[in-house]
Structures are given as C-alpha cells and as structure tokens.
Design a binder for this molecule. Structure first.
Ligand SMILES: Nc1ncnc2c1ncn2[C@@H]1O[C@H](COP(=O)(O)OP(=O)(O)OP(=O)(O)O)[C@@H](O)[C@H]1O
Ligand SMILES: [Mg+2]
Length: 321
C-alpha cells in the first residue's frame, strides 16, 4: 500500500470555555481523502472541535496543522477549510447563483470562471438548473446540497460538516449520506463530519472517533469499532448489545452473536418472551432470570419457536469489560 499523506493534525489541543466545559488534550491525525466522523452524544464536544478547526473558536492550548502548517493564528476566511452547519445558512435574499458565486466574487475570480464553477458544482450535487431560484423555494435537503456546493467551490483542503443532515427526514438523510460519499470519493477531498447518529457515522466514515464527555474513547474504522469496542461505553453506543453480569465482570454480546441451540452446552438458558419479525431477520427476546437477552435469528429458527418455550442460548462471540 502506498504511504498515506497526512492532511490534518490536531496536536494536544485543549479548548476550555470560561465555565470549564470543553475538550482537553485532543490528538488526531487525519489523512488525505479520508472521511473522519466525530461521534458522540449531545454536549460531548464535537462542535467545539470542529469550530476550532474552522477558526470559529480560539484554542486554549495546543496546535492544529493542515498540510504541515499551523493554522491556529488564521481567521476562518484565511484557513484552507470550509464549514457547513446544521442550519442551511444560505442568504435568503440572494438567488442560488448569487449564493454560490459570492465567495469567488470576493476572491476577484473572473465571471466566466465563476459561471463555469457554479454550473459544475450544481451538477456535482445534482441541482443543475436552479441558478435563478431563491433558497426559500428549495426543500431542506436541496438547500443543504447548495450549502455543500458553496463550500466545495472554495476548494478547501478540508471540508468540515457539523450535523449537516440532522434537520432532514430519515429517507432524505440516507440519500444525502450516499451522495456525500459519492462526491467525496469523486473529489478525493478530506472531510471531518460531526454527528450523534451512529448509523450515519458507520455508513459514511473511513474512520470514526467515538467521543465521551470531551475525550476520545476510541478511534478506528467502523468495523474495528463494531467488532472490537474498546470500552463498555463504545459497546453500548455503537450497534445493539446485550450486557450480562458474570463473576463480577460484564459480558457484552451482540444480538447476532447469540444462537438458539437444541443440544450441547449452552452459555445461558431462559424462556422466549417476544418474537418480532423485522423483515429478513427476527428479533427474539429471551428472559434469562432477571435479564432479557435479545437475539437476531433467521425465520427458519423463529418459525419453530413459541412464546413461553424454554430455550438454550450459545454466544458465538462476546466481549468482557
Ligand atoms: N460558547 C460556549 N460557552 C460555554 N460552554 C459551551 C459553549 N459552547 C459549548 N459549551 C459547552 O461545551 C460542551 C461541548 O459542547 P459542544 O457544542 O461541543 O457539544 P456537541 O458534542 O457538539 O453537542 P451537540 O450534539 O448537542 O451539538 C458542552 O458541555 C457545552 O455546554
Ligand atoms: Mg454540536
């Protein structure tokens, strides 16, 4: 494999607000062409990190480098970054063309070049032909595409996206996710994405940073984080997980790693509490003493089960915390 180029480096960065909240001793290396997602619950510090990258917040200590150069002394407009926020922040009194052209006009780019860039970027986000419309005449998802196009027109070294799809409904969100992934791989641009939605993070990212109260709990690829969660917190935050007490420790087992067995030695036994058919798989909840163990099984398995049946469970894979 070829050597990867480092695009962005956060070096022992701390950002404390006056009230003591914030993030501390953040270290992260992001490579060229990567989508890295900051994932965590509300208030864990995702936006704080993104804003320090974009220059909208000063850092308390530490450094941030892009292409090997420190950017912390630069104001947002001088940084090689562009940021898209949750709310669309298009200028409502300007047409889409004017919204898109604005940044390049400021940079004194010739009109013919601006026109070509607007056309190209509208194509890129599948919004060709809407130059004359106003933001208010577009849906939320369409406005957000324009906001992304506007950021891309500035040719940033790193694109920063702070929950850009969270105001959109589930279906459109999924579609935007796929489109962003496509645009990113076409352009090979480096993206830092922020979300509290684990599914969105799993679907979109090359690597995920799982955050908890201002610190990084785990940094890894979606598969690494799903298959080998570094802590109980990560295990509970990503995907579904059963937690069972065993000899003073916590056993964590994913529902797809529980099998219902007829013979042989089982890990635990119980009685069937509920059976729910969820399309191509079935969720069976088994009451094992005080705890309920969730299992994902195939239809052939669940068709033979009834509520109240005694069953034996075997864990094909588990983690201990
Ligand atoms: N301007 C501010 N002044 C003081 N404290 C702040 C400020 N902005 C954020 N905080 C605090 O810093 C912490 C991290 O906030 P941040 O906005 O980075 O969280 P987040 O992970 O982006 O959350 P959300 O998912 O809700 O957007 C929170 O405890 C928050 O209350
Ligand atoms: Mg936020």
């Amino acid at each position: 494999m070829s050597e990867r180029t480092i695009k962005l480096q956060i070096k022992d960065m701390t950002k404390k607000y006056d009230n003591g909240d914030g993030v501390e001793h953040i270290n992260l290396t992001i490579y060229e062409g990567e989508i890295v997602t900051m994932l965590g619950p509300s208030g864990c510090g995702k936006s704080t990190i993104l804003r320090t990258l974009g220059g909208f917040l000063d850092t308390t200590s530490g450094d941030i480098e892009i292409d090997g150069k420190s950017i912390i002394a630069l104001p947002p407009e001088k940084r090689p970054t562009a940021m898209v926020f949750q709310s669309y922040n298009l200028w409502p009194h300007m047409t889409i063309y004017e919204n898109l052209a604005f940044g390049l006009k400021l940079r004194k780019v010739p009109k013919a070049e601006i026109d070509a860039s607007v056309k190209h970027h509208l194509e890129l986000v599948s919004m060709s032909g809407c130059e004359k419309k106003y933001p208010g005449q577009l849906s939320g998802g369409q406005q957000q595409r324009i906001a992304i196009a506007r950021s891309l027109m500035l040719k940033p070294a790193v694109l920063l996206l702070d929950e850009p799809f969270s105001a959109l409904d589930a279906k459109i969100r999924q579609q935007m996710r796929e489109e962003l992934k496509k645009i990113q791989s076409e352009l090979g641009i480096t993206v830092v994405f922020v979300t509290h939605d684990q599914e969105e993070a799993m679907a979109l990212s090359h690597r995920i940073v799982v955050m908890n109260k201002g610190v990084f709990e785990q940094v890894g690829t979606p598969t690494e984080i799903y298959d080998n969660p570094a802590s109980k917190y990560v295990a509970s935050f990503i995907g579904e997980m059963n937690f069972l007490d065993k000899d003073g420790k916590t056993l964590a087992v994913r529902p797809e790693d529980v099998t219902i067995i007829q013979d042989g030695e089982s890990d635990i036994s119980g009685t069937v509490r509920t059976i729910m058919i969820l399309g191509h798989y079935v969720e069976v909840n088994v009451q094992c003493g005080e705890t309920v163990v969730k299992c994902f099984v195939d239809r052939e398995v669940s068709d033979k089960l009834s509520i109240g049946d005694p069953v034996k469970l075997k864990f094909t894979k588990h983690h201990v915390f």
